[in-house]
Design a protein around this ligand. Structure first.
Ligand SMILES: CC(C)(COP(=O)(O)OP(=O)(O)OC[C@H]1O[C@@H](n2cnc3c(N)ncnc32)[C@H](O)[C@@H]1OP(=O)(O)O)[C@@H](O)C(=O)NCCC(=O)NCCS
Length: 177
């Protein structure tokens, strides 16, 4: 009879992949866990109130928590980003947010590069993002594309977006080699 051995490391977030000194405490980047949800909601929904990001609920966060990576300075969440799969070859970088006080310090780049590594590890051939900050994604070698080039399913979040009929987000794509 087959024996199933619980793999403890799968039950909790991966160990930090970055640990560097930073104001506010050492900087650490790791996969998110359920305990991060209150801080994630604080960061994301502050931007959602400005109309920059889609609002998230605790239920949605729990459902998608395995997509997320989190960047902490000491005890404070200073950035987050998620990689969501669309079929076996394509992924979306979404819910990218850096604490307003920590912008311009390379945190956004660190998070996206971390997710690109993850995307390569899963064998994806491209990642995309819908964004109001194409300049940031251009710095990371994404290029602007027509929405029609992206998988239809990627539009599912659009259905509940207040800007559904007048969307001004830009689609950016990065082929992975
Ligand atoms: C967009 C955001 C994630 C950038 O994070 P950040 O930590 O400030 O960015 P970084 O310091 O890592 O910048 C990386 C590069 O992008 C450039 N960059 C950063 N923000 C930029 C912007 N708004 N426009 C153009 N270029 C930008 C930087 O100059 C830097 O270039 P360099 O590496 O050549 O010096 C952050 O401003 C944010 O959270 N914004 C609000 C939420 C949001 O818009 N999220 C994106 C949803 S898709």
């Amino acid at each position: 009879m087959t024996q199933f051995v619980p793999v403890d490391s799968l039950a909790r977030p991966a160990a930090p992949v970055v640990a560097a000194p930073a104001p506010g405490g050492p900087l650490s980047l790791r996969r998110a866990g359920m305990a991060d949800i209150p801080e994630l909601l604080r960061l994301i929904n502050a931007y959602a109130r400005e109309g920059i990001m889609l609002p998230r609920t605790e239920f949605e966060m729990a459902e998608n928590i395995r997509d997320f990576s989190v960047l902490y300075a000491g005890e404070r969440l200073v950035g987050c980003a998620a990689l969501h799969f669309y079929g076996p070859t394509m992924g979306e970088i979404r819910s990218l947010a850096v604490d307003p006080a920590g912008k311009g310090k390379g945190h956004g780049r660190l998070l996206v590069e971390h997710l690109l590594g993850e995307a390569r590890g899963f064998g994806l051939s491209a990642v995309f993002a819908f964004t109001y900050v194409p300049g940031f994604f251009r710095r990371l070698e994404f290029r602007e594309v027509e929405r029609g080039e992206l998988p239809l399913k990627a539009w599912k979040d659009c259905l509940r977006c207040p800007k559904f009929q007048c969307c001004d987000e830009i689609a950016m794509l990065l082929p992975l080699r």
